[in-house]
Design a protein around this ligand. Structure first.
Ligand code: AHG
Ligand code: MN
Ligand code: MN
Ligand code: MN
Length: 335
């Protein structure tokens, strides 16, 4: 048996980070601990899917008009329960809840953070045992501590995220999170129930040879985006065709791109003029992580992180990944 290296646990790591900031209060560590705990609970269900009654749909649709899967609902409830009990979160917005959830109690009202989350991303992958995940973005509230949080705490541009991250329930379960200081990765050792810090300061390669795009939308694309997809497949001036990798779970697709380089495209199309992905709890957290790692994210016109939100569930086209590839994409939009 291979030796288990001694890595810092998620808690040890965030506490060590705290020492670098004399005025830090430890609330962010506390919040990340809660997220890690909820993730472990979701992971336990994911690992037993098929044995316990967690596959299939829950028999209702959410505010997005999507069929809610049992695991979507389970993950949503676990994260809400744990974050509420964890006292470091004033409230949350979730893909699965039409309205924001304000944790209006004396403890949580004192906390300075709110969380936006996609409890389960890639829920189409649940029943077929492919990668799924959880995405989160953390903001410092703008309303005063001591009062219940409010809509303006959530409707902030992504650039104001204090931290953002995801958990990928893949061939192993990992938690990746970014602060302005860097992107770090933690692997869950479920024999002991701890996330261990295995990957320091991820840097996304400047360029790559992978693209992620669902070709069923090809004929609905605007001509400039279509041109870029053609470019991905083409052989020009020494460029080889890019390899297509599409997991059907944006966080899994983007996780691969973070490590291997590449570009992920979820464009607008005729039947979905805003695209499908949600700005607040899908695009913004992934854009924050990728930018901190040295990559780029745009909606075609604007940097994702600078979009001023109007609605907690608003959608946006997303083009994200290696900086050079996204720049080439932006150039090709211009003609
Ligand atoms: P969710 O499961 O949170 O609703 O998100 C699914 C998203 C994303 O993960 C994936 O890339 C995309 O939907 C796939 O969309 P379609 O196949 O429906 O276009
Ligand atoms: Mn959904
Ligand atoms: Mn999602
Ligand atoms: Mn989801």
């Amino acid at each position: 048996m291979r030796e288990h290296h001694h890595f810092l646990t998620l808690d040890e790591f965030t506490i060590q980070q705290l020492r670098l900031f004399p005025h830090a209060t430890g609330e962010l560590s506390g919040l990340l601990r809660s997220i890690g705990l909820a993730a472990k609970r979701v992971n336990a269900e994911v690992r037993r899917a098929g044995l316990v009654d967690i596959l299939g749909n829950a028999g209702r649709t959410n505010v997005q008009g999507e069929e809610v899967q049992k695991l979507d609902a389970y993950a949503n409830n676990e994260f809400i329960k744990v974050l509420r009990a964890g006292i470091h979160c004033a409230g949350i917005v979730s893909e699965e809840m039409e309205k924001m959830v304000v944790f209006d109690d004396p403890q949580n009202n004192q906390s300075k953070y709110v969380v936006m989350m996609d409890p389960l991303d890639g829920s189409g992958n649940i029943d077929v045992n492919n990668s799924i995940g959880t995405i989160f973005g953390i903001y410092r509230r703008v309303t005063p501590q001591g009062t219940p949080c409010d809509m303006e705490d959530f409707l902030q541009p992504g650039i104001r995220q204090v931290a953002a991250g995801y958990i990928i329930y893949g061939s192993s379960t990992m938690l990746v999170y970014a602060t302005r200081r860097g992107v770090n990765g933690f692997t869950l050792d479920d024999t002991v129930g701890e996330f261990y810090h295995c990957f320091s300061n991820y840097r996304i390669p400047d360029t790559g040879e992978f693209y992620a795009f669902d070709h069923r939308y090809y004929f609905q694309l605007d001509p400039p985006v279509k041109r870029y997809v053609d470019y991905c497949m083409s052989e020009t001036n020494g460029k080889k065709p890019y390899a297509l990798r599409y997991a059907g779970c944006m966080l899994a697709d983007i996780h691969r791109i973070l490590i291997k380089g590449g570009i992920f495209l979820y464009p607008a199309r005729k039947d979905k003029p805003e695209g499908k992905l949600r700005l607040m709890y899908e695009c913004n957290p992934m854009a924050f992580i990728i930018e901190v790692a040295g990559g780029r994210a745009t909606d075609g016109n604007r940097r994702i992180l600078e979009i001023v939100p109007e609605d907690i569930h608003q959608r946006t086209p997303l083009f994200i990944g290696s900086s050079k590839m996204v720049e080439t994409f932006e150039q090709s939009l211009k003609g």
